[in-house]
Each structure stands twice: as C-alpha cells, then as structure tokens.
Write a protein that binds this ligand. Structure first.
Ligand code: KG4
Ligand code: ZN
Length: 334
C-alpha cells in the first residue's frame, strides 16, 4: 500500500510517501524564517505559508519517492489538534487528491503520529509508555497496541517546548528557542541555579501523571529581574539550569508511570525529544532502571508527515476510512 501523507498542523509543512509503512520520502519545509520576527507562530501567516508550500512539497515527496499521484493507493492528513487554519490546508488538499483519484482518505490525530513515530525505524514492542513533548503538547500515554492508548496525564499549563521558547525569548536568544537553549546549555553548569520542580505525578494526583511548566518560566523571569546576564557563562549557566529542571520534571513523571504500570519501555517523541540533555539523561536513567528508552531520529522528532503516514498505514490496514466531509479540529483528544 503506497500512502501519500500530509502534515500541516502548526508551522511546518510536510509531505511523505510510504510503502507498507516504510518511508520512501519525507519532506519538511520549516516556517521559522516567517515567524522569527514575531517571536512566535502567527496563525494567519502559517496558513498562508502552508498554501504556498503544499503543492510543491507534494511534488517533491513524489519525486523523491520516484512515484506519481497515479500510483498512490491512499491519502492521509493530520486532522488535529493544531491551528485550524493550518490544518485545513493539508486536510483539504488531501481530500481533493483522494476525491480526484478515487482512493481512500483518512484524517489522523497529530498526537498519534508523534506517539507512533519511534516505531517507524525501530521494532519497539507494545506496551510502552509514550511521552509526547513538543511546542504544543506535553502528554503521557500508555500505548497498549495500535489504536489502544490510555492517556495518563498532560501539562496543566504550558507545554515543555513552549517553556523553552518563552525562556529563550526572555533571554533574548531568538525563535524557536529549544535548540538555542540546548546549544547554549552545553557550555553551562546545570547545577548553577536551582529552579523549582513542579511535582504532580501519581500518587496524590488522582492517579494522573500531569506536568506544569509555567512556574519555571516565571522563576526564570524573576531570576532575570535580579541577575543581569552580563557574561557568556551567566547565560550558559541559566540555560543549563533551566533545561535541567525541565528534563528532571519530564523524566521523573515518565519514570514514575513506568514503575506504576510495571512497564519496561519508554518512547519519547515530539520536538523537545530532540533535546540533547533529555536524550542523554533518559538513556542513562533507562540503563540504570532496566528500561528500554527509544527516541526517534531527529527528523521524526519534530513535526513530519512520515509519522502521520505511519499512523495512517496502521489504521488503513484495519479498514478505517473517512468520508470527505470530516473536519479539522483545534482540540482533538487521543
Ligand atoms: O513537535 P514540534 O516540531 O512542533 C509542535 O508540535 O509543537 O516541536 C517544536 C518544539 C518547539 O517548542 C522547539 O523549541 C522545541 O520543539 N525544540 C526543542 C529542541 N528542538 C526543538 N526543545 C528543546 N531542545 C531542542 N533541541
Ligand atoms: Zn507536533
């Protein structure tokens, strides 16, 4: 089964071609340059950029996969959650192609794409605990099988990636901030400043494994009011200390869930899983606690159509199809 997949939920336009779940092409066009002057994603500019990019990117993916629209057996696209104006571009393009070619169409949950992204290149058996951590989401799931996911908890306020972006903005680093903080933190001391860690994990939280990142953002803002960033080492120490606190919170809660569910496998996905400190500490902690930790390669961490195609392939295999009147949703629980 050859699938054309489209992802346009936020500020990256992406297209992919998969043969039986194997990625033949995965093309991503970042809109960072468009949004950088505003220090964050501007929804109207995002949808306009998707509209300009979508058709050339479909051509690019087809060409890279050495195929044509005539050879596509199904079309899938992200249906939500995300920015509705952005989602509509990918979703409606996918529907139009499916209609014109008379092939099946399926709308896919963006979070399922992230959650299954570690499976694109590794054979991770179910069940596993999946941490989806990006600019828009920080959620923990128990993945028992394809399509069988238990939501264990989510952030109560900011997503972890959002905290990275906001702290980078406070420090005057630029946008998007995650990678900039990651790079700066390599030269800093993670124990230079002790920022508070929000602890909302089970027990004492109704069995939930929630996160909170607005407190640390405020703590950094307050710290900055009293401590001028007057040297390279001060900047690096702040970045490293902030990053360490976020990584601590993500791992503490994830490993608490692994213990409660007696699960020996952890998958981490979403843009923040590109973070070098998170990757290193998760892997080290996994080794210590006998937990297999799987983090996809960088290209499958940030938003990409390959993961949407992979999730779509699994659903199409089970016979799922959508009518062409399905809509896009800003909120779409998994
Ligand atoms: O998954 P993604 O591409 O888009 C969303 O669905 O949000 O994630 C983007 C987020 C941004 O907040 C960005 O700052 C963060 O991922 N990010 C990072 C790193 N690379 C990207 N955060 C921390 N360290 C990184 N190396
Ligand atoms: Zn995402």
């Amino acid at each position: 089964m050859r699938i054309l997949a489209i992802e346009s939920s936020c500020d990256d336009t992406s297209t992919a071609v998969l043969d039986h779940g194997i990625v033949r092409a995965n093309v991503v066009l970042s809109q960072d340059e468009v949004h950088r002057p505003y220090g964050g994603v501007v929804p109207e500019l995002a949808s306009r950029s998707h509209m300009r990019a979508i058709l050339p990117l479909i051509d690019a993916a087809l060409e890279r996969a050495n195929t044509t629209l005539e050879e596509i057996d199904a079309v899938v696209a992200t249906q939500g959650p995300g920015l509705v104006g952005s989602l509509l571009v990918g979703l409606n393009t996918a529907k139009a192609i499916a209609f014109a070619r008379s092939v099946p169409f399926l709308g896919i949950n963006h979070l399922e794409g992230h959650l299954l992204s570690p499976l694109i290149e590794t054979s991770l058996p179910f069940p596993y605990v999946g941490l989806v951590v990006s600019g828009g989401h920080t959620s923990l799931y128990l993945a028992q099988d394809y399509g069988r996911y238990t939501h264990l908890g989510s952030t109560r306020d900011d997503a972890a990636g959002e905290a990275f972006d906001k702290v980078a903005k406070l420090m005057g680093l630029g946008f998007p901030g995650g990678k900039l903080i990651d790079d700066l933190a390599r030269k800093g001391n993670p124990r230079a400043i002790t920022f508070p860690r929000a602890r909302l994990k089970n027990p004492g939280n109704g069995g939930r494994f929630d996160f909170s990142f607005s407190g640390i953002k405020t703590a950094v803002a307050l710290w900055l009011e009293e401590h001028p960033l007057d040297s390279d080492s001060a900047r690096a120490d702040l970045a490293a200390s902030f990053q360490e606190a976020v990584v601590d919170m993500l791992l503490e809660t994830s490993f608490a869930a692994l213990e409660v569910f007696d699960c020996p496998r952890l998958a981490i996905a979403g843009g923040v899983s590109a973070n070098s400190r998170l990757r290193a500490r998760a892997t080290a902690l996994g080794r210590e606690r006998n937990v297999e930790v799987v983090i996809p390669p960088f290209g499958y961490c940030t938003d990409n159509a390959a993961m949407i195609g992979y999730a779509g392939w699994q659903r199409l295999l089970r016979g799922e199809r959508h009518d062409l009147d399905v809509n896009a949703f800003a909120d779409l629980p998994l």
